[in-house]
Design a protein around this ligand. Structure first.
Ligand code: NDP
Length: 281
């Protein structure tokens, strides 16, 4: 079984970004990272994003606000960031605190600065197969892994477990665009095991530690594990149990070191693309 390493895919994306941003004396693409509150998961993702943006030769600015900020005040601050001409792309951590209407900010973010594809404009573009739209980074990361390892997608049966707006749904559209035949599963799917066993490409994005074992995997399938969970021993793990996987799958992403590493690299690619578009390139 081939291990599909996130670091290798990330290195390829870095080369693309460096090529896109190479103009001597040119403007350095700059991201605004906007966070309300101090959720540990957000803080850890933020550190990874800041490191990756710097490693890809670009800049980031962080804008942090206390959990207690009023919606009206945050709206004002967010508007300033959104309109700031020096900012090429925005990453807004979600969910926002309960006293705020998250969809208001999804709709407000300028689509051309929307690094994680949360704007309804970008959702519509992804749905329509319009390459001009930004897809959520994790969904796109799955496709980037398949492409980087030259795993054929066209004509293949792809099964995605999970239908969230950040992974399952946009990914179904991206794989459809690549001419896969796509099935999306969820908690009400009947006989999940049988459906998963039809997959040439199996994507696990349920967020349930080890919920898919080798019995869900067809011989020679490619397994992409998006899940990031903590197991009973406090260790990071995916949605797929590794026991016996080696014998069934032809290739699989590890957790950690798989899709997560590619997600931040896709974010960097979006930042470079956003800056290029704003510069009229
Ligand atoms: P959500 O909780 O929003 O969605 C989970 C989806 O999985 C839902 O559609 C749910 O179905 C489905 N699901 C849950 N349990 C089962 C089950 N037993 N059988 C079938 N379907 C099931 O999660 P996210 O999409 O936000 O995240 C999914 C995972 O991916 C998490 O582990 C998260 O940490 C990880 N993640 C990783 C990222 C990365 O960079 N690698 C980035 C984003 C997320 P239903 O709709 O019926 O409830």
């Amino acid at each position: 079984m081939k291990i599909l390493k996130g670091a290798e895919v990330s290195a390829k994306l870095k080369a693309q970004v460096l090529e896109m941003t190479a103009a001597p004396g040119g403007h350095v693409p700059t991201a605004a990272i906007v966070r309300v509150g101090e959720r540990p998961d957000d803080l850890s993702y933020e550190r990874n994003v800041i490191k990756k943006i710097a490693a890809f030769g670009m800049e980031s600015r962080t804008y942090t606000f206390p959990e207690t900020i009023s919606e009206a005040e945050f709206l004002e601050k967010f508007r300033e960031i959104n309109e700031d001409d020096e900012i090429d792309g925005i990453l807004l951590f979600r969910p926002l605190p309960k006293h705020m209407d998250g969809s208001l900010f999804d709709s407000m973010i300028r689509p051309e600065k929307d690094l994680d594809g949360i704007s309804p404009v970008n959702t519509a573009k992804v749905f329509a197969g319009d390459p001009d739209g930004f897809a959520p980074c994790t969904a796109e990361a799955v496709v980037e892994v398949l492409k980087a390892y030259e795993i054929p997608i066209e004509g293949r049966r792809a099964v995605i477990v999970g239908r969230s707006m950040v992974v399952g749904r946009p990914l179904s559209m991206l794989l459809l665009k690549e001419n896969a035949t796509v099935t999306v599963c969820h908690t009400k799917t009947a006989d999940l095991k049988a459906v998963c066993r039809e997959a040439d490409i199996l994507v696990a994005a349920a967020g349930k530690a080890g919920m898919l074992d080798v019995e869900y995997v067809k011989d020679n399938a490619v397994v992409l594990d998006v899940g990031i969970n903590v197991d009973e021993n406090g260790k990071l793990c995916g949605d797929v149990k590794r026991d016996g996987l080696e014998a069934a799958a032809s290739a699989a992403t590890p957790v950690p070191g798989g899709i997560g590493a590619v997600t931040t690299a896709v974010l960097c690619k979006h930042l470079a693309q956003a800056a290029a578009k704003r510069a009229g390139k």
